[in-house]
Ligand binder design. Structure first.
Ligand code: SAM
Length: 302
């Protein structure tokens, strides 16, 4: 079963978000600076970019195949393009970005190798980061799946690639300095608020279950929450995978955590406008789609 993000866009945006610790971790892991030009691959409603921009004024463009997800993203003043990342060509020139971030999108992609190669092509000296879950994390490190929705373990393991597959693809595409780091969200309160998120199927996984199994799991979770005198807290873990396009001579410049307080939330600058007008060049709104980008459409820039 395929999750239709056009149908769940509002629920997704209401129930999914990135918190302080994930963004700080991502900035450090990705060596993100104010000069980093970022493609947010499978950006959805722009949750990641919008949150990142509160910490550091980078230039971002998002691409996603769901128009309804993008409509929400564009209301957050993000630059977004509608395009299918499974199409073999991403609508950008070589060397366009310093960083491509694909957050929880790779499990939706059929031809992962082709996409990872495309990311390599559109990067300059930069890096690709994928956020995903390993099979071990699906099985053992999700707050509720194993205990309350056990058949999801196998279903999710079928759709999420193992990390070794992704490492091999990164390597075949030419990436080096490949590294992993756990993305940890600790002390998630398993309470009525969390139950509400689950009832709203806030992660696409829940759409894969039969309604009967989903209902049974929700009832079991609700009984668990009500039986606890004090709120139970659980952790969640994902994985960030990083690959660098070129091997730099000098050691990477890192931003110390203490620097974050100096970043102010402000409108991102306009150096992405060149990239957007490049895309416009091929994709004038309303004009017939060029044959080479049959599934790509540009949303109005904010
Ligand atoms: C789980 S959501 C993640 C959204 C966003 N990255 C975030 O972290 O909130 C997966 C997103 O991938 C998008 N997606 C799935 N397949 C895609 C494809 N072939 N090309 C572009 N986007 C795709 C979906 O439309 C959806 O917005």
């Amino acid at each position: 079963m395929i999750v239709d993000y056009n149908i769940i866009s509002e629920i997704y945006d209401n129930h999914r978000s990135y918190g302080h610790s994930e963004i700080v971790q991502l900035i450090r892991f990705g060596e993100i600076s104010t000069k980093t030009k970022i493609l947010d691959l499978g950006c959805g409603t722009g949750n990641l970019s919008a949150q990142l921009l509160k910490y550091i004024p980078v230039d971002t463009i998002g691409i996603d195949k769901s128009l309804h997800m993008l409509e929400i993203a564009s209301k957050k003043s993000l630059n977004v393009l509608c395009g299918d990342a499974d199409h073999t060509i991403l609508p950008f020139k070589d060397d366009s970005f310093d960083l491509v971030i694909g957050a929880f999108v790779i499990h939706h992609i059929k031809n992962r190798m082709a996409l990872i190669r495309e990311c390599f092509r559109i990067l300059n000296d930069g890096a690709l980061i994928l956020l995903t879950c390993s099979h071990d994390q699906i099985e053992n490190l999700h707050p509720v799946i194993k205990d309350f929705f056990p058949s999801l373990v196998e279903l999710d393991k079928q759709r999420f690639p193992e990390l070794t597959e992704l490492d091999d693809s990164f390597q075949s595409a030419g990436f080096n300095r490949i590294k992993h780091e756990d993305l940890i969200i600790s002390r998630i309160p398993i309470d009525m608020n969390y139950l509400d998120k689950v009832k709203n199927k806030f992660i696409s996984t829940f759409h894969l279950l039969s309604e009967d199994e989903f209902k049974a799991g929700v009832e079991k979770l609700e009984a668990f929450i009500k039986s606890n005198k004090e709120t139970a807290y659980r952790n969640w873990r994902g994985t960030m995978i990083y690959g660098k396009k070129h091997q730099p001579d000098e050691s990477p410049s890192r931003i110390a955590d203490s620097d974050f307080s100096t970043f102010v939330s402000k409108e991102h600058t306009s150096s992405v406008s060149g990239l957007l007008s490049e895309a416009y060049h091929h994709l004038k709104p309303g004009a017939p789609m060029p044959a080479s980008y049959p599934k790509v459409r540009l949303l109005p820039a904010p």
